[in-house]
Design a binder for this molecule. Structure first.
Ligand SMILES: Nc1ncnc2c1ncn2[C@@H]1O[C@H](COP(=O)(O)OP(=O)(O)O)[C@@H](O)[C@H]1O
Ligand SMILES: [Mg+2]
Length: 324
């Protein structure tokens, strides 16, 4: 179990918990079919003087893959931990399928699967034992547990390795095992915090293929953080670019690129409207902007130098070292 997220181990059995998921392990029918899977309004969270999340508004639609992008220190993990109820919501409002994360914590936890940034698999247990542990913690009904554990392991192609100790797994297998842990409770909203950090390109693709296969089968909504813009471009329906605790831009990758192309063209023709945001110069008049260009445009230059700190570097290295 992860050191960072003690709340992950609390069984979701509060008085306000909704009825069990549908028989057979499928997601329960939605309570508010036309509502958002997730909405945040004015979400803030500070560690002392550090305003890690500084007024975040976003809405994730049911069934979409939503990317929360940003450099180290942007506030992505803190926002995720507020949404998963592992941190309180001191200011603003977070709702998961209509449930208030501050007041209905257990109901929210029942709807979520969470793969934390720091590794959560126990190296001394087998793959199957790791998933079974999460099935217990997440209150999967006892009579369904064995089948659901098998189903989750199968979904990430770990059936053959299920009885091996996790410490013998490759980095990509560990991340897939964590995905199985998060999937065993049949979540309607899967939260993935840097699921592919430290993995080689083949293992990264494999993690995404498994996420997408489960999505296609269940209609699950996915919120993923990453600082790999190429992944966002390829796999996310919409993205929010976060920098210093705030959302700086939000839309489909194509919309964001197209808006930047327009700003570049305006700047080139000399009629750029006054803007509070620094506009980066176009490399050449017919250049096609990338998502990374969009990020540099909305967040300014010097992303790598200005953001993140020792904590980020240390935790990123730890995760990367263990999966690498
Ligand atoms: N437990 C903590 N104590 C103090 N500061 C923290 C803690 N966790 C994160 N921070 C700070 O909050 C800010 C946002 O961090 P984080 O949410 O981890 O960003 P990201 O996930 O985008 O890298 C950073 O400045 C970070 O140093
Ligand atoms: Mg993070």
């Amino acid at each position: 179990m992860t050191r960072e997220d003690p709340g992950r181990t609390v069984p979701p059995t509060g008085p306000e918990a909704p009825p069990d998921t549908a028989p057979g392990g499928g997601p329960a029918p939605p309570r508010a079919p036309e509502g958002d899977a997730l909405s945040c309004h004015g979400l803030r969270y500070a560690f002392g003087e550090t305003r890690a999340v500084d007024g975040v508004d976003l809405a994730v639609r049911p069934g979409e893959v939503f990317g929360l992008l940003g450099p180290n220190g942007a506030g992505k993990t803190t926002a995720i931990r507020c949404i998963t109820t592992l941190l309180p919501v001191p200011a603003g409002m977070v709702r998961v399928f209509g449930h208030d994360a501050a007041r209905e914590r257990m109901a929210v936890r029942r709807l979520l699967g969470y793969v934390p940034q720091q590794l959560s698999a126990d190296a001394g247990l087998t793959g199957r034992e790791n998933v079974a542990l999460f099935a217990r913690v997440f209150d999967v009904p006892r009579r369904e547990r064995a089948a659901r554990v098998d189903q989750a392991l199968r979904a990430v192609h770990l059936t053959d390795a299920a009885n091996r100790l996790a410490k013998t797994y490759s980095g990509g297998m560990i991340r897939r095992l964590e995905l199985a842990q998060a999937l065993v409770s049949a979540p309607r909203l899967l939260m993935l915090d840097e699921p592919t950090i430290g993995l080689d390109p083949i293992a990264r693709t494999s993690v995404w293929e498994h996420i997408n296969a489960v999505r296609a089968a269940t209609g699950m909504t996915v919120l993923v953080t990453t600082h790999y813009m190429d992944e966002a471009e390829q796999y996310c329906d919409r993205v929010a670019l976060m920098h210093r605790g705030r959302i700086r831009a939000l839309g489909t990758p194509a919309e964001l690129r197209s808006a930047l192309r327009t700003r570049w063209a305006r700047a080139a023709s000399g009629d750029s409207a006054p803007s509070p945001l620094p506009t980066t110069p176009a490399p050449s008049s017919d250049a096609e902007p990338t998502l990374e260009d969009v990020f540099r445009d909305v967040a300014g230059t010097g992303l790598d130098e200005q953001s993140g700190d020792f904590r980020d570097v240390r935790s990123t290295r730890r995760t990367a070292a263990r999966v690498g």
